[in-house]
Design a protein. Structure first.
Lengths: 357, 391
């Protein structure tokens, strides 16, 4: 079987490629050039799209002994991920660009090209399990589990994906990299958003969306308690950086409850007002077995590093509803809701959808 | 394996490799005054004479360098600086749109950092320069032109330029003419004196010599400001300890390549013509790029409509066939060829191109291997390219 290993230049994808070779696949390494101008993206340890990363990926491929190429995905990445990221914030939502990149680039543009070129599957270094049963499960390393950002993949995409690292902890991956002589063994993890050079998401959005001053309104009293320079700079659940003019009557901290692009308003309130018991979501994908026709009991995860919460999930043709057994704080539109079935062999991803409210 | 990328680099000739190893075993700095130094110096000077004799130059016109890029930079920047120093108004460089990056980027650097104006000469659809365009350029600007630089033969599409005619036009206007002959030496007849050029770049690893050694043939009456300052070697134009072993091997390779050029060209051109004919049969829509006749014997260059060159390269590489898409950026991403763009190709055609170059080790079996692998590669690359529109 011929497989294409996506190699970011990090330790995970390097070990994943090496494990694929060991498993007997005919592996070709590909580094995705995602930056229109590599210098404008994160450098060194923090990113995944710089010239050093391309070099690290190439050296890993040399050591593993596989062919290596760089694929230019910059235009697609910009159109599908970066522009989408900006548009989602402008619409008052909180996008997850890694998830979007998986959905539109790694397991779409790259996978489709690979299949057209005669490859059978794409190998990545994501921390998630995908076994012969075709079910996507959480990694054994729950702290590094990436099943949440893979839950957007369809059955067809999963059928052409290989995640060799799901049964390893990050520490084991690093040990294995060192044992295999991969120089990236102790390369620091990448963080944050690869296409925001200095980590300043607000500044990045302000450069693209411009200043749009508006009011910060208290949800309880309806009064204006401050001003902002762009509603897109806020995300639901945010507490810091509100710069309110007046303290709340009860003296307790306030959080962003909602963003209304139409009126350019940021609404704030006390922590308990963030609590949500019911989540609506759109564009559902169901890969964990047959689509349920009746409500099912499962767990849901509502953001990338959030805890799973017990819920009753109802799947419809183009929507997904979840009734949470206990309220959860800080549910942001634009994030994914991922349904899991608890399982001692690794919680199984049942499906996912995009939160609308 | 089918190695069809001799224009990138070609295997060293056995004689050159043996000369290299034998010389590298000897100690001696060619600038030293003792016996070991004199022996090294003698090897260098004998090599200089061999290179000069093979290329129609005088020994004193041979400046050994660290290869083609250095020779091009030395010619372009060095002659520019010297000519401008002599007459401050002379700050124009005339070059062609199809030069190798070693010339192109040196010219761009002069424009960006030294205030040089640049007159870019266009090419026709075959990639050929027109001496009349150079004449018009020099008639308009001759007083201000520091130098003209135009390659002897193009590294991508293989088109051979009318160098002697271009040099004659430059001579009419008393402007020095540099030519990058890296792809030409050993492939077609190259004679420095007879061509009338003032400076000529040649490098070792394209003709069976080692990488990292080359020469700039520089006429004695053409001053050049050095890039490298130091010990004053190479008539003070190129300081640095002479690479005796590299120079010896380079001279052996130049001599052999020039001596065997006619026989080589006949054999390789026949193989190349066979390759072109069979590629056309296998992929009838293919577009053949470059001049049909005034062309390097080992070069075949095609655009494959509906394909991306880098996808074809990957697929052929997987079948053990080495070819080239042109240049890649520092990250390794294939770039559309500036040569094809200058020839009037659109971005798609430029990106759909592949270069196959034959050389002294090429065999009919290698062409067979290409023809066997090509149809399925083209079909797959076409499928991949059809996905380019975002869904």
């Amino acid at each position: 079987m011929r497989v294409l290993a996506a190699m970011s230049g990090g330790v995970d994808s390097a070990v994943a490629a090496a494990r694929a070779v060991q498993a007997g696949y005919d592996v070709t390494g590909v580094h995705l050039a995602l930056a229109r101008n590599p210098q404008t993206y994160r450098t060194g340890a923090r990113g995944c799209c710089t010239l050093e990363d391309a070099r690290d990926a190439r050296r890993a491929a040399d050591v593993i002994g596989i062919p290596f190429y760089v694929w230019d995905m910059a235009e697609r990445f910009h159109a599908e991920v970066v522009d989408d990221f900006v548009a989602e914030y402008a619409a008052g939502r909180t996008p997850n660009p890694c998830l979007r990149c998986n959905e539109k680039i790694k397991f779409a543009a790259v996978l489709d090209r690979a299949v057209a070129l005669g490859f059978d599957a794409v190998v990545t270094g994501h921390h998630a399990r995908l076994g012969s049963d075709g079910l996507l499960r959480r990694s054994v390393d729950l702290a590094k589990d990436q099943s949440y950002v893979l839950a957007v993949l369809t059955r067809e995409q999963l059928d052409r994906s290989i995640f060799p690292l799901g049964d390893a902890t990050k520490a084991q991956v690093r040990e294995e990299a060192a044992r295999r002589g991969l120089a990236v063994a102790d390369k620091p993890d990448s963080h944050d958003i690869c296409f925001i050079a200095d980590g300043d998401t607000r500044g990045f959005l302000a450069d693209r969306l411009g200043e749009a001053p508006g009011d910060v309104v208290d949800a309880l009293t309806g009064t204006i308690v401050g001003s902002h320079r762009g509603a897109y700079q806020y995300t639901v659940g945010q507490r810091r950086g509100l710069r309110l003019d007046r303290p709340a009557p009860d003296g307790r901290p306030r959080y962003v409850l909602s963003i209304t692009p139409k009126t350019n308003t940021v609404t704030v309130g006390p922590a308990e007002a963030l609590e949500v018991s019911r989540v609506r979501a759109t564009r559902p994908i169901w890969t964990g077995g047959a689509r349920p026709t009746a409500p099912i009991e499962c767990e849901v995860q509502l953001r990338a590093h959030g805890d799973a919460a017990p819920a009753t999930v109802t799947l419809q043709a183009d929507a997904l509803h979840a009734e949470l057994r206990r309220p959860v704080r800080g549910v942001a539109a634009g994030q994914a809701i991922v349904a899991y079935r608890p399982d001692p062999a690794g919680d199984v991803v049942l499906g996912s959808a995009t939160i609308t409210g | 394996m089918a190695y069809l990328d001799h224009a990138a680099t070609t295997p060293m000739l056995d004689a050159a490799l043996e000369a290299y190893v034998a010389t590298a075993r000897e100690v001696g700095n060619a600038s030293s005054l003792h016996a070991a130094g004199r022996r090294a110096r003698r090897r260098v000077e004998e090599s200089r004479e061999r290179v000069a004799a093979a290329l129609g130059a005088r020994p004193s016109e041979v400046v050994f360098t660290g290869g083609g890029t250095e020779s091009d930079n030395l010619a372009v920047k060095g002659i520019f600086w010297a000519r401008r120093d002599a007459a401050p108004g002379r700050s124009r460089v005339v070059s062609s749109a199809v030069e190798h990056h070693a010339v192109l980027d040196a010219v761009d650097w002069l424009a960006g950092h030294e205030g040089a104006e640049v007159g870019w000469l266009p090419v026709d659809g075959d990639g050929r320069l027109d001496p009349d365009r150079l004449r018009a350029e020099l008639t308009a600007h001759a007083d201000r032109v520091a130098l003209v630089t135009a390659m002897w033969a193009n590294n991508e599409v293989g088109t051979v330029q009318p160098v002697a005619e271009l040099a004659a036009v430059a001579a009419e206007h008393r402007v020095p003419f540099h030519t990058d002959a890296i792809q030409a030496v050993g492939q077609i007849p190259v004679d420095f004196a007879a061509s009338g050029v003032s400076a000529l770049t040649v490098t070792g690893h394209k003709l069976g010599g080692p990488t990292g050694v080359g020469a700039l043939l520089l006429a004695r009456d053409v001053p050049a400001v050095p890039l490298l300052h130091g010990g004053g070697q190479e008539r003070d134009v190129r300081s640095g300890t002479l690479d005796t072993a590299g120079i010896v091997a380079f001279a052996v390779a130049v001599e052999a390549a020039v001596k065997g050029q006619q026989e080589y060209a006949a054999r390789v051109a026949a193989l190349r013509d066979d390759l072109v004919r069979r590629v056309r049969e296998a992929v009838p829509e293919v577009v053949f790029n470059g001049a049909p006749t005034d062309r390097l014997p080992g070069n075949a260059h095609f655009s494959f409509p509906g394909c991306e060159g880098d996808a074809l390269l990957l697929l052929l590489d997987a079948q053990g066939i080495a070819c080239s898409t042109g240049s890649a950026c520092s990250a390794g991403v294939a770039q559309p060829s500036h040569v094809l763009i200058a020839m009037g190709a659109d971005d798609d055609r430029a990106r759909s191109s592949l270069r196959f170059t034959l050389g002294h080790t090429s065999t009919a079996a290698e062409v067979d291997a290409l023809i066997a692998a090509l149809p399925i590669a083209v079909e797959r690359a076409r499928r991949a390219a059809a996905l380019r529109t975002p869904r």
